[in-house]
Design a protein around this ligand. Structure first.
Ligand code: DGL
Length: 265
């Protein structure tokens, strides 16, 4: 076993939404240790300007690389679609991104009509236009910005009247374009799947990418010979730029105690 394999993996989001990706990583790679960085003091990212976002994503990625970690997962569509090229150009460890799964949605849409629910910053990104051209130029794709929705999840409000009303509004707007696939392009929305599916109805398929990201991470660790192969069970250390006890309480609620959540060593 090389010592690089023993290093943890950095997982990063504007807040707690990326825990949906961390949970998938745990399922696929149960021996790995994760350092999860929630940038809760600066969430949401969805309304931030380009330069601010690239600088912020770069500085958190540097912080994680210095722990050190053997790979970084940007568990945030907004960070990935706007800043992953800069991060990859500046770090010499694998950097796995999270971006709207337009290719998969295109494969599943029989009517060739999908709707992407994401932050305004993701929707405005060049990367989303590129993905649309690459995988779905003949696909009718409605872009549904969802201002305020990630904030609700960030406050732990998964089932309040306000959150339900936001979901009703955004899903109804998306449905008015008659998609048969609803693509979740923000990791925070993953925690709202039951309500989104309820409003969308059974004939609309919901797609989110977390297992594909965990598999991609496993592939990259295998290629770089840094997969952890021993049978010690992994764990998650939580770092937050905001109030750590609050982030920890929300993380416990969202992950239903899948881990013993610790402070970073
Ligand atoms: N969870 C993030 C994403 O996947 C962004 C939420 C936000 O901070 O606006 O895009």
């Amino acid at each position: 076993m090389n010592s690089q394999a023993d290093l943890p993996i950095g997982v990063y989001d504007s807040g707690i939404g990326g825990l949906s990706i961390a949970l998938a990583i745990r399922r696929h790679l149960p021996h790995e240790r994760l350092i999860y960085f929630a940038d809760s003091a600066f969430a949401p990212y969805g309304c931030r300007g380009d330069d601010w976002l690239v600088n912020r994503v770069m500085s958190i990625s540097h912080f994680l690389a210095c722990q050190p970690v053997k790979a970084i997962v940007l568990a945030c569509n907004t960070a990935t679609t706007n800043a992953i090229n800069t991060v990859r150009a500046n770090l010499d460890i694998p950097v796995i991104g999270t971006e709207p799964a337009i290719r998969v949605a295109a494969q599943h849409s029989k009517q060739r009509r999908i709707a992407l629910m994401a932050t305004q910053r993701t929707i405005a990104s060049r990367r989303v236009r590129e993905l649309h051209q690459m995988y779905g130029s003949t696909l009718n794709m409605h872009l549904q910005g969802c201002p305020g929705l990630a904030d609700s999840v960030e406050r732990g409000e998964l089932n309040t009247p306000h959150t339900r009303s936001l979901v009703n509004t955004f899903v109804s707007q998306a449905l008015s374009h008659n998609p048969d696939v609803l693509l979740l392009g923000c990791t925070h929305y993953r925690f709202l799947v039951p309500h989104i599916q309820y409003v969308a109805g059974p004939s609309v398929q919901l797609i989110w990418p977390e297992h594909a990201i965990a598999k991609q991470l496993a592939r990259r660790l295998y290629e770089t010979q840094t997969l952890k192969l021993n049978c010690h069970s992994g764990g998650l250390a939580l770092v937050s730029s905001g109030c750590l006890p609050t982030t920890r309480r929300l993380a416990r609620m969202l992950t239903r105690s899948a881990w013993t959540i610790s402070a970073p060593c």
